[in-house]
Design a protein around this ligand. Structure first.
Ligand code: CA
Length: 248
């Protein structure tokens, strides 16, 4: 399928880079959309060394087509030479709902971050970023991709924290947690998205099934409840955005 004005231009992309290793069945594909040669090749080298299959694209045009097939995650620079990165993000999200999109931005303005998440990005990193941070976020998104594509009732485990969704039970180490119903659902959402920024809107939609934003005091109360049970550092507040569950 050709997205109007987007799919027909020639795609200046390089072939998939393959590390000199034997692939497992579990190989994961990452599309890096970045016009800065030095950053793009640096990312490709590092990601390839981590066992990912990496595809590079130096412009926004052709992104939807490049993400076709088995791409699991896109690292998207917002400052591209041809199409605005936010627009690329929207088109990717529309065409590939299950894709993980991580935006790189030199804009650390809160509004830009919110705009990026509203455009369908799952997460963001502000340049300059630490490589270790990027890799941790990517691992986290890859986990989420595998959780959401696997049986939804499969047990979840993040660090010491374990959740059995079919039994609706949760443990921190050996100790079982006593959770209110919505705390349990919030915790599950957080675990699936560990390390990933979640907007208040998205949380309200998923856990309370409402986009009504008149008051989200309920959300704050439940976050407080989870912090009391898991430790305050388990959930980071992202001012003006929402929350991020940190790996314990
Ligand atoms: Ca750029």
């Amino acid at each position: 399928m050709v997205t109007p004005g987007f799919g027909e231009v020639s795609v200046r992309s390089r072939p998939l880079l393959r590390p000199p290793t034997v692939w497992t069945m579990d190989e994961r594909r990452i599309l890096v959309i970045e016009d800065d040669e030095a950053i793009a090749s640096g990312l490709a080298r590092i990601l390839t060394s981590q066992g990912y299959l990496v595809h590079l694209l130096s412009q926004g045009a052709g992104a939807v087509r490049a993400a076709d097939g088995d791409v699991d995650l896109v690292v998207l620079d917002l400052g591209l030479p041809d199409v605005d990165g936010l627009e690329v993000c929207r088109r990717l999200r529309t065409a590939h709902p299950g894709l993980a999109i991580l935006i790189l931005t030199a804009r650390d303005n809160e509004l830009d971050v919110v705009a990026g998440l509203d455009a369908g990005a799952d997460d963001y990193l502000v340049k300059p970023f630490r490589l270790s941070e990027l890799l941790a976020r990517i691992r986290s998104h890859m986990r989420r991709v595998s959780v959401t594509t696997a049986h939804s009732e499969q047990p979840l485990q993040v660090g010491e924290l374990r959740v059995d969704r079919s039994a609706r039970r949760a443990w921190l180490g050996a100790q079982e947690l006593v959770l209110r119903p919505k705390e349990f659902e919030l915790l599950t959402l957080f675990m699936i998205n560990a390390g990933i920024a979640l907007t208040r809107e998205r949380i309200m939609e998923r856990v309370w099934d409402t986009s009504w934003m008149g008051s989200t005091k309920t959300l704050d109360t439940h976050v407080l409840g989870l912090r009391n049970k898991l430790g305050a550092e388990a959930i980071a507040t992202l001012r003006g955005v929402g929350y991020r569950f940190e790996l314990p």
